[in-house]
Write a protein that binds this ligand. Structure first.
Ligand code: GDP
Ligand code: MG
Length: 435
């Protein structure tokens, strides 16, 4: 999708005002890109119709790059369609019950663990209830996660009655003073009457204050159909979109929101317990637009390691002073976190630049070697690096001139992306542009 959209916006590049003709061409490209990303055709058409109107409405753009303005309009529109604000979950009752539903393999159990871990970090008393009685390994899976995050798991290995397990879990929570019970349920490979009936029964027995429907973002149009069915039966409160670390389909987020009219509340971006984010429509819109998710990256960096460092980097990004030393620091921090693939897509420009590489921690070695072979001045200002310096850096780092060139190019692209994002975030600039 990103490539497609980048292509669409390229249509506008170099033009100094938005005219009917290039708006039409660009919206058509945007529509095609959205449909390709599994956005429902009608939804995609509605979106692009509105985008076209907005773009033509703002008879602007003499002083500003029209492509940039167009991106801004598309981003606003996508953000609004995905709900505008991040929405939180309802925690009410004693104990509060959160019911997790979805197809088998969608990521329910993993998410249950992540949510428990998140709530625990917020200082809440959480109990996990293992109500998947069909897969023999399901209880163990939840227990392993529970142990890992230090949250108790309630299970009845011999029971064949998911409803009574859920009820007993709640009684147990009350007894031991847990304030929240997360009920992990069984899924099937496809929507199925027995499964639906069971989840419905659990729902009426435990009266959850929040029902979350978990769906694999890689399942495309099917995700929308599954969401629709689950919503008809359960009237859930929110959606959890999983596996956004893979070939992420922003399309599912858009269509599900449009079709079932329920907010997406969390996104899951990996198998690790930390790989959970609240759903921010504006960030998802940026991500769909290929601008990278800097805000999430910085936020996650804050959680995982030094907060001051994250602030410093954030400030440098804003001032457009992000240099190779910062870049090297970021790489090293990412490596410390273990899961490179999760994070790489969030760095502006890096997502598309490095998408095709098979990335693991070793992939960073040549990059680090190249940066380490630069002088301090060069790291701060890569423009100083001329042909002969490139040769030396390649020699010093055991890489080729082409590798050095590639890195410089990617870095430049990344900085330009950051600059673009900064400009778009500044309301003053927008006003100026609208005059
Ligand atoms: P359930 O059947 O709905 O309970 O699904 P599980 O939680 O057991 O997850 C199914 C598989 O998907 C497991 O191998 C998980 O590790 C994996 N998984 C879950 N969430 C994510 C995610 O966000 N990203 C990735 N890459 N894998 C995930
Ligand atoms: Mg499970």
């Amino acid at each position: 999708l990103q490539d497609k959209l980048n292509g669409a916006f390229r249509t506008l590049k170099g033009k100094d005002r938005i005219s009917d003709i290039n708006v039409a061409a660009t919206t058509k490209e945007v529509r095609r890109a959205l449909v390709d990303a599994d956005v429902n055709f009608k939804v995609a058409k509605d979106i692009t119709d509105r985008i076209r109107e907005k773009a033509l409405d703002r008879k602007i753009l003499i002083s500003v790059e029209p492509g940039q303005m167009f991106v801004k309009i598309v981003q606003e529109e996508l953000t609004e369609l995905m709900g505008g604000q991040a929405e939180s979950i309802n925690i009410k009752g004693d104990p509060a019950v959160i019911l997790i539903a979805g197809l088998q393999g969608s990521g329910k159990t993993t998410f249950s663990g992540k949510l428990a871990s998140l709530l625990k970090k917020q200082g809440r008393q959480v109990l996990l209830a293992a109500c998947d009685i069909y897969r023999p390994a399901a209880i163990d899976q939840l227990k392993v996660l529970g142990e890992q995050i230090g949250v108790e798991v309630y299970a009845e290995p011999d029971s064949k009655d998911a409803v009574s397990i859920a009820q007993n879990a709640i009684a147990h929570a009350r007894k031991i003073g847990k304030k929240i019970v997360i009920v992990d349920t069984a899924g099937r490979l496809a929507v199925d009457e027995v499964m639906m009936k069971e989840v419905e029964d659990i729902k009426s027995a435990v009266k959850p204050s929040e029902i979350l429907f978990v769906v694999d973002s890689m399942t495309g149009q099917d995700a929308v159909n599954t969401a629709r069915t689950f919503n008809q039966r359960l009237n859930f409160d929110g959606v959890v979109l999983t596996k956004l670390d893979g070939d992420s389909r922003g399309g599912a987020a858009l269509s599900i929101r449009q079709v079932v009219e329920k907010p997406i509340k969390y996104i899951s971006t990996g198998e690790k317990m930390e790989a959970l984010d609240s759903f921010y429509p504006d960030r998802m819109a940026s991500r769909i637009l290929g601008m990278g998710d800097v805000i999430s990256l910085v936020e996650r960096a804050q959680q995982a390691f030094d907060e001051d460092e994250a602030k410093r980097i954030n400030a440098k990004m804003r001032q457009n002073k992000f240099d190779f030393d910062d870049f090297l620091g970021q790489l090293q921090q990412i490596k410390k976190m273990g899961n490179v693939k999760d994070l790489i897509g969030m760095i502006p420009g890096m997502g598309s630049a490095m998408k095709d590489l098979d990335i693991d921690n070793d992939s960073f070695k040549p990059i680090e070697a190249i940066i380490q072979s630069m002088t301090k001045k060069e790291r701060e200002n890569p423009d100083l690096i001329d042909g002969s310096r490139k040769r030396r850096i390649a020699g010093g780092s055991g890489t080729s001139i082409q590798q050095v060139n590639n890195l410089l190019k990617q870095f430049d692209e990344m900085r330009r992306m950051m600059k673009k994002m900064n400009t778009m975030q500044a309301p003053g600039q927008m006003k100026k542009a609208l005059r």
